[in-house]
Design a protein. Structure first.
Length: 314
């Protein structure tokens, strides 16, 4: 497990550096400006759209979605990490946009993200909405730039765009957010909650695995297996997140503890109980691993990452 921990830390730094350099290169102003608390009048002269975009991107986090892509491609023999980074980081931009919108008053109405004030608390609700919109668009700018795509087959770039756009849209992430909202405050069964988690959380993990597979030269059958793996790991990850919402503190989760209960949203750990949820996390993880075992490719690093994620406490 020590090896995977070293890999995660090293690649988190690489991802963070790439994102910082990307924003510095592609926007004229210096990113990272944070208005003082007493100047939160949200005047356009106080900050730029770039500041609002980069604020949430720069909050860090585990960077697990880009790391899923890196590990998947590298397990398949793709070793040029520099060429993988734009694709990996595009998923992080979409994830960051989803966090901004999730935290809005109309959705989860949270004031804390990764231990810092949420985007709309800092920049105002209107700017936060627009920053999220801009990050979604920026993700596709990032993966379609001539600087990167000239090294890949056009058909594979189109496959990647299709996977990412579908799984971040109504068929995936946004569809999950919608189901989450319309089912707040009402009693739902486990199958509906699983569908919400499959779309809202697992979709981008599925996209990361599929994109890594495409970049690594996987055939359609293996890409399907990788997507199935991503589904199970996403469900396990969300089940653990639900568990930590009940048992963890804001210091551990980086967001408001008990937010699901506050928003009258269903939580798998509340529904099943703590011990049954732990069993479910293990079951999902093992099912995901079994998808990788269908091939004769050495996916040990991806398996180690799976176990690391589903045993996390921070």
């Amino acid at each position: 497990m020590h090896l995977i921990e070293d890999y995660i830390e090293q690649n988190k730094e690489i991802i963070n550096n790439f994102l910082y350099a990307y924003f510095q290169k592609n926007y004229n102003n210096k990113c990272g400006y944070l208005p003082k608390e007493n100047t939160l009048t949200k005047k356009s002269s106080d900050f730029s759209i770039n500041d609002a975009m980069y604020y949430t991107v720069s909050l860090g986090g585990k960077r697990i979605r880009p790391i899923f892509l890196l590990i998947t491609a590298e397990c398949l023999g793709f070793k040029n990490k520099a060429l993988l980074l734009p694709f990996a980081c595009s998923i992080e931009l979409i994830h960051s946009y989803s966090l901004i919108h999730d935290d809005l008053p109309a959705m989860d109405n949270d004031t804390l993200r990764r231990g810092k004030p949420t985007n709309h608390i800092v920049f105002g609700e209107a700017a936060a909405i627009l920053a999220g919109d801009a990050l979604l668009s920026e993700a596709f700018i990032m993966i379609s730039g001539n600087e990167y795509i000239k090294y890949f087959k056009c058909d594979n770039i189109l496959k990647i765009i299709q996977e990412l756009s579908f799984l971040s849209g109504a068929g995936g992430l946004v569809g999950g957010q919608f189901l989450d909202i319309i089912n707040s405050g009402i009693s739902i069964d486990n199958s509906v909650l699983t569908e919400i988690h499959d779309k809202k959380t697992a979709a981008l993990i599925k996209a990361a695995c599929a994109m890594g597979g495409i970049l690594g030269g996987a055939d359609d059958s293996l890409i399907t297996d990788l997507k199935n793996y991503g589904t199970y790991l996403g469900l396990a990850f969300q089940a653990l997140d639900d568990l930590l919402d009940i048992t963890g503190s804001s210091k551990i989760t980086g967001k408001t503890s008990g937010i699901d209960k506050n928003n009258q949203k269903s939580n798998i750990a509340s529904m099943l109980g703590i011990e049954e949820t732990k069993k479910l996390i293990k079951e999902y993880t093992e099912k995901g691993i079994s998808c990788l075992d269908k091939s004769n490719i050495n996916f040990n690093m991806l398996k180690d990452f799976s176990y690391y994620l589903t045993k996390r406490t921070n």
